[in-house]
Design a protein. Structure first.
Length: 231
């Protein structure tokens, strides 16, 4: 059945994503994309430090390619590594950074606010950081920090908002971190643009009409002066 194939392919993609996230945690793993080509399967890996993904002499990337072929039964896998241009706008990378800072013993509020400043400083329209777990004591709680404008529902939320998730295992328990970022290039359907050019054209037209009226008045005065001289 076609539906079963979709489910099977989605499950395999999820397992590959989890495997790459575990293997490339130190490299700043920022996600992956799979493209099926006539020559095989192209796996594009996005990372903050692509050199660590490739490894010395390509050792790491060859080991990953072999694992993708044997463990996940990919047809002739080819791994391509791309560097993340702005890591502060990658939700997965920032969620992983928050988890690392929490594991080092930093206070969750300080971590959340510093991360939000970095993300907004990179040009994001909005950001939301959610930390859940035993953050204040023995009882679980949820702390949510928001700045800027970010969509929560509807088609723009699924299309534009990038979401990243990470966990931070601590002594009291495991903390869950969710980072949602509205990128700077997102254009929402309800955005209104000011027609500045049309207003300028209208002002220029009014100025031209005033000049024409002044010229007509001047011609009438000159004609009246000539009539009075003839009399």
């Amino acid at each position: 059945m076609i539906e079963k194939d979709f489910v099977t392919e989605g499950l395999r993609r999820t397992k590959i994503d989890e495997y790459l996230e575990k293997e490339l945690e130190r490299a700043g793993y920022g996600g992956m994309d799979i493209q099926v080509t006539p020559l095989g399967t192209m796996v594009i890996v996005y990372a903050e430090r692509p050199g660590m993904v490739i490894g010395r002499g390509g050792k790491t990337v060859r080991a990953i390619t072999q694992s993708l072929k044997t463990k996940f039964d990919l047809d002739n896998p080819q791994v391509e590594v791309k560097e993340v241009d702005v890591p502060e706008l990658n939700a997965r990378i920032m969620a992983s950074k928050i988890a690392n800072m929490l594991q080092r013993g930093m206070h969750f509020r300080r971590v959340a606010y510093s991360t939000i400043r970095r993300i907004m400083g990179a040009g994001a329209q909005g950001v939301e950081v959610t930390i859940s777990g035993k953050i204040r004591g023995s009882r679980s709680a949820v702390a949510k920090f928001t700045e800027g404008y970010i969509k929560k529902c509807g088609e723009p939320a699924t299309r534009f908002v990038e979401e990243g998730f990470a966990t931070a295992p601590l002594k009291p328990g495991v903390l869950g971190i969710v980072v949602r970022i509205m990128p700077p290039e997102a254009v929402l359907p309800d955005k209104v643009e000011e027609l500045v050019e049309a207003e300028e054209d209208l002002e220029n037209l009014e100025e031209i009409e005033e000049v024409v009226e002044a010229e007509e008045d001047l011609e009438e005065l000159e004609a009246a002066a000539e009539d009075s001289e003839e009399e």
